[in-house]
Design a protein around this ligand. Structure first.
Ligand code: FE2
Length: 186
């Protein structure tokens, strides 16, 4: 019997996913400006807001295949608004997802199909089930990196346009060290 080395490695406590088959991307501030209520600030365009690492095997269109991923969110604010991911519904609403927090503090923000929003607190060790019918977005409310692992079906897809047309109805700010939730219905 042949015993092989694993194709990827994840440093769960302090690092990221590495290995030749790991895909990585960086979200820069210039590509994230539209996420925020007011992006007019002195952050430089090439500020890294978050990094995404992912790994998969097989045909992504094949039902049952999985993605494994990691999002590393920097502890930056934009005019006091906490760092957020773009946010999405899944294209296939039947596909759920698991998030698990590896480091930091944050919120997992949900919005249902009636625009009702709620959040789950994230800290190292929390595990979160995301129903496929809920939009979801990460929020880094802490002073350190928020690192969140994820596992989801390759057939889930990302429907970003739906959130751009109908944004989340709450925004999360950090004001004098306090987390402040503001409702937005426009
Ligand atoms: Fe997702």
């Amino acid at each position: 019997m042949e015993i092989k080395e694993a194709k990827i490695f994840q440093d769960y406590l302090n690092g990221v996913i590495t290995g030749s088959e790991t895909e990585t991307s960086k979200k820069l501030f210039k590509d994230a400006r539209s996420f925020y209520e007011n992006s007019d600030c002195d952050l430089s365009d090439d500020t890294v807001m978050y990094e995404v690492y992912s790994y998969s095997q097989g045909d992504p269109k094949q039902t049952g295949n999985l993605n494994w991923g990691l999002t590393v969110m920097k502890p930056v604010t934009v005019n006091q608004e906490c760092n957020i991911t773009r946010g999405h519904f899944h294209e296939d609403l039947n596909c759920a997802e698991i998030y698990f927090c590896l480091h930091g503090e944050g919120l997992l923000l949900f919005m249902d199909e009636n625009d009702h929003c709620y959040a789950e607190k994230m800290k190292t060790g929390t595990v979160h089930h995301i129903d496929g019918h809920l939009a979801h977005r990460l929020v880094n409310t802490g002073d350190e990196e928020l690192r969140v692992g994820a596992c989801w079906p390759t057939t889930a897809g990302h429907d970003y346009a739906r959130i751009e047309k109908n944004p989340f109805k709450v925004r999360i700010f950090k004001e004098n060290g306090n987390i402040v939730v503001k409702e937005r219905h426009s």
